[in-house]
Design a protein around this ligand. Structure first.
Ligand code: 4AD
Ligand code: MG
Length: 435
């Protein structure tokens, strides 16, 4: 019966093999019996196909083998492909051969409802389920869209280091490590290195993991997350916001085009994503405070905008909104101040719709040597750790700007998830280091 001629195919391409006999290598997703017929849902990582095995076609021995197989057993099936509009995916296989590689005994995740803590403990297995699989495939497409966006516009990918001697985004969330007797910190952002890259290449983007010892448990914070940080020489705040909106529009468009099936699996309302078209609304921090106060928040000018406030602001619009000109006192040392209003920083945050919060933070950088030295002193940061960064202002300083996009928050927003923990294969949070 074994025919070495059978073509091995991936389920996502099975449609082009209708009418022929093929082999699929995968795992048993689900099984159901009806008299002398067994229905197997087989998954191979690219899709799920319904396979029909009848006693008459496969014989006693194989039929019994099927009855012994459990959910998530690894198996190889051979059969003929048939178009069937009712089948999930539109095709079905009529099996002639089933080979069991490894039977899975007591797979812990069953179709019944499990609590999130249990699923998170079994994250290494949970990623096999339909919904998690769809989210991670969308993540993959978002990453590809991000890289294509910058690559097509002449940006050079510039990888910053992960061990760093100093803080970029404040000293309260640093992960400290022992670096041969010296202190090193896991990077919070690749930006400062990205600035060096921009002076060398004109426009660059970094794409890497970043780390923050976030002590609060929230739905938006991971301790390890991926950031994409473009940095461009001779760019100002306005140009930076234009780049950010073009970027987000293009990423959302790509997901809508190429992940139709996955968006259906996760039941995403795509009509809200269809609206993500330029220009995005822009509002100054000062006006945003007015909006907050009108909506019952007791936020005062000068206060940082927290999660609830972000939601109120973003709820005013049907697309992402950019809040700009924050008080410089609440922004990082490297942000350029507004030359006409020293109390304001030339920075912006982009808030995602549907209450998903800040997905981008960025702005124009301080390019004056003396001002930057004063800021580093004012923040009591170790000057010797920044000597190389100050060199960028000594040797051919130019106006420049950039931003950082949090990948997981972006995946969470595009997928319509209320928590970032499902947006990355293995999330790291204050109370989770395993698996
Ligand atoms: O606003 P942040 O702190 O900005 C920077 O790090 C700048 N150096 C970026 C730049 O201008 N090159 O972080 C940028 C983005 C946030 O908007 C958010 O999306 C994400 O990174 N982010 C987090 N995502 C998940 N978990 C956390 N703990 C995050 N902290 C920031
Ligand atoms: Mg920020």
């Amino acid at each position: 019966m074994t025919d070495k001629q059978e073509t091995q195919v991936y389920i996502e391409n099975i449609g082009s093999h209708a009418g022929t006999t093929v082999t699929v290598k995968g795992w048993l997703y689900h099984k159901r019996s009806s008299g002398k017929v067994r229905f197997l849902l087989v998954r191979d990582g690219t899709g799920i196909i319904q396979c029909v095995a009848s006693l008459a076609d496969v014989g006693e021995r194989m039929f019994q083998l099927i009855d012994e197989m459990n959910q998530e057993s690894s198996l190889i099936v051979t059969g003929s492909v048939r178009e069937d509009k009712r089948a999930p995916g539109g095709y079905e296989m009529t099996l002639s051969l089933v080979q069991l590689l490894s039977n899975a005994i007591d797979y812990p995740i069953s179709p019944k409802d499990h609590g999130t803590a249990f699923l998170m403990d079994n994250r290494h297995l949970w990623i096999r389920s339909k919904r998690q699989h769809a989210i991670l495939r969308i993540r993959h497409t978002i990453i590809k869209a991000i890289r294509d966006f910058f690559d097509e516009r002449g940006f050079t990918l510039f990888d910053p280091p992960i061990f760093t001697p100093a803080a970029c985004e404040g000293t309260s969330t640093l992960f400290e490590t022992d670096y041969f007797g010296e202190k090193a910190y896991l990077t919070q952002s690749g930006q400062l290195y990205g600035e060096a890259g921009a002076m060398a290449f004109g426009k660059i983007y970094t794409f890497g993991p970043t780390f923050r010892a976030e002590k609060s448990k929230t739905r938006r914070h991971l301790t390890e997350f991926w950031m994409i940080e473009p940095e461009v020489a001779y760019l100002d705040l306005d140009g930076d916001m234009e780049l950010a909106e073009e970027f987000i529009e293009s990423v959302v468009e790509r997901v809508l085009e190429s992940r139709v099936e996955e968006l259906k699996v996760i039941e995403r309302d795509t009509s809200v994503l269809e609206k993500v078209k330029r220009p995005f609304p822009r509002i100054s921090y000062t006006d945003a405070i007015e909006v907050l106060r009108k909506n019952g928040h007791e936020t005062n000018w000068g206060d940082d905008i927290g999660g609830d406030e972000e939601t109120t602001i973003s709820n005013q619009y049907d697309r992402p909104v950019m809040v700009h000109h924050f008080p410089s006192a609440i922004k990082a040392f490297y942000m350029k101040h507004d030359p006409e209003h020293d109390e304001l920083a030339l920075g912006f945050d982009m808030l995602a719709p549907e209450g998903r919060g800040e997905i981008i933070g960025g702005g124009q950088r301080e390019d004056n040597y003396d001002t930057l030295v004063r800021r580093i002193q004012h923040e009591r940061l170790p000057m010797e750790a920044f000597d190389w960064y100050l060199d960028l202002r000594k040797y051919g300083s130019v106006p420049h700007a950039g931003f950082g996009l949090g990948l997981e928050r972006t995946v969470g927003w595009i997928c319509g998830l209320s928590h970032v923990r499902e947006t990355i294969p293995f999330p790291r949070m204050i109370s989770r280091l395993k698996p």
